[in-house]
Write a protein that binds this ligand. Structure first.
Ligand SMILES: [Zn+2]
Length: 388
C-alpha cells in the first residue's frame, strides 16, 4: 500500500495535482469593495472568464494564476511547468492594445462590466502565437478552432496570481457547476474511494454509456463531467446536453453516479489537451479517467489513438490518475450487445454505427436513430433542439 492510500480514503478521491487543492475564491465583501474601486480594468473573453473560474476553484491546481513567460515557455516546449510538474497547455490572459497595466492589481471584468476577479500583475510579455500553435496544437491552420483562438488573441499577455468570484451559476447548467471541493465532498459522503471521470462536450449516446458502464464495473463511482465552457460553433448547446445527460442518468444507479458541469473552455488540442483533461479530473477527486478515440480532437488534425498514446507514454506517478483507454463502441447484431473491436469479432456490417453527420441529418429530419444507437429520450431532446 502506498503512502497515498489513507489520504485518498479521507479526502474522497485522488490527491490534487501538485499535492494541494488551490483555492483563490474572492469573498463577497471584497467583491463589493473592488467592484466600485478605481482599479485599472481589463475585459476578459468568455474563454478567459472560464479559465479564471477554473483557476480560482482549484480545477487547474497547482496553477494559481495566468502563466508568465517562464511557465509559458516550459509548458509549450516540454509539457511541464518549470518545477517539472506535468501541464501541457498554456493558460494565458490576453492584454489588448491600448490597455496599460503598470504593476499593482487589475480588475478583470466581463463584457457587461461585472467584476469577475483580480489579477496581481507579475509580468507583461509577448507570446509567439505561431510557435505556440505549432507546438501545442501541432498546426498553425486558422481553420482549427483552438488555433484560431490563439492566433486571434492579443500577442501581449499579462501574467500573475488571480483571485476570482466563484458564485453558483444560474439555470439548469449552472446548478451543476460544482467546484473540486464540492465533488470531493460528494465522493466522500458516498464512500467512493475510486472514481472514474468522463469528459464530454457532446450528447451521450449508447456507445458512451457503454464505456462509462465498463469503467464503472471496476471502480466505486462515476463522475459524468461534461465541459460547458465556450465550445465551437455547431456543438450542441450546454442546456440541451445537460437535459440529455440527465436522461441518461436514469440508466445508472443513483448511488453510483454524479453529474457535474466543468466550466472551462474547450481547446480541441487533441493529445496535449487529453492530459489536462485527466489532471483536472484528478483535482476533482477522480482516480481514473476515460480517454476515448480522438480524445479532445477536432476534424482530422490528430490520429485516432494519438491522445491515448501520449497519455500512456507519461510516467504513472507524474500523471497521478489512471487513464482508461477505450476504442469506439457500437451495438453488434450478432453479439446482441454493445462491444468494441476488442470484444467483438464480427464485421462492420453487423454493427449499428452511424457517423456524426448521419445522426445530425436524422435528428434534423425529426427521425429517431435506432435504439441501439441512442436512447429515445436523448434523441427526442436533440430532435426538439434541432427543430428550427
Ligand atoms: Zn459481434
Amino acid at each position: 500500500m502506498s503512502i497515498e492510500e489513507p489520504l485518498r480514503a479521507q479526502s474522497g478521491g485522488a490527491l490534487p495535482h501538485g499535492g494541494l487543492l488551490v483555492d483563490r475564491r474572492l469573498d463577497a465583501d471584497v467583491v463589493a469593495v473592488l467592484g466600485s474601486s478605481s482599479l485599472a480594468s481589463l475585459v476578459v473573453t468568455a474563454a478567459e472568464a472560464a479559465d479564471l473560474r477554473a483557476l480560482a476553484s482549484g480545477a487547474y491546481s497547482p496553477l494559481t494564476g495566468f502563466m508568465g513567460s517562464k511557465e509559458h515557455q516550459a509548458v509549450t516546449e516540454s509539457m511541464r511547468l518549470p518545477d517539472g510538474l506535468l501541464w501541457p497547455i498554456p493558460v494565458c490572459l490576453g492584454l489588448p492594445d491600448g490597455i496599460r497595466v503598470d504593476g499593482g492589481r487589475v480588475a478583470l471584468r466581463d463584457a457587461q462590466g461585472q467584476l469577475q476577479g483580480v489579477l496581481e500583475v507579475a509580468e507583461v510579455f509577448e507570446r509567439d502565437r505561431q510557435a505556440e500553435a505549432q507546438l501545442v496544437y501541432g498546426t498553425t491552420d486558422p481553420a482549427h478552432p483552438g488555433v484560431a483562438r490563439v492566433l486571434d488573441a492579443p500577442s501581449r499577455v499579462v501574467a500573475g496570481p488571480i483571485q476570482a468570484v466563484v458564485e453558483p451559476l444560474e439555470g439548469p447548467v449552472g446548478s451543476r457547476a460544482l467546484t473540486p471541493a464540492e465533488t470531493r465532498a460528494a465522493f466522500a459522503e458516498r464512500g467512493w474511494a475510486t472514481v472514474v471521470g468522463f469528459q464530454t462536450r457532446n450528447p451521450v449516446h449508447r456507445a458512451h454509456e457503454y464505456l462509462m458502464k465498463c469503467a464503472l464495473e471496476t471502480v466505486d463511482g462515476l463522475l459524468l463531467h461534461p465541459l460547458v465552457g465556450p465550445t465551437k460553433e455547431g456543438d450542441v448547446p450546454a442546456e440541451v446536453r445537460m437535459a440529455a445527460y440527465e436522461a441518461v442518468l436514469e440508466y445508472f444507479p443513483a448511488s453510483r453516479v454524479l453529474l457535474a458541469a466543468l466550466v472551462a473552455p474547450m481547446r480541441y488540442a487533441g493529445p496535449r489537451e487529453a492530459v489536462p483533461h485527466a489532471l483536472v479530473r484528478k483535482n476533482y477527486g477522480c482516480t481514473h479517467f476515460i480517454v476515448g478515440r480522438d480524445h479532445a480532437g477536432v476534424g482530422s488534425y490528430y490520429g485516432p489513438f494519438e491522445a491515448q498514446e501520449l497519455i500512456a507514454s507519461l510516467p504513472a506517478d507524474d500523471l497521478g490518475i489512471t487513464p482508461l483507454r477505450f476504442d469506439n463502441a457500437f451495438y453488434c447484431r450478432r453479439c446482441l450487445a454493445m462491444a468494441t473491436g476488442k470484444t467483438c469479432p464480427h464485421p462492420d456490417s453487423d454493427h449499428v454505427a452511424l457517423s456524426g453527420t448521419q445522426v445530425r441529418t436524422m435528428l434534423a429530419a425529426g427521425q429517431l436513430p435506432p435504439p441501439e444507437f441512442s436512447r429515445a429520450e436523448v434523441a427526442q431532446l436533440l430532435i426538439d433542439a434541432y427543430r428550427p
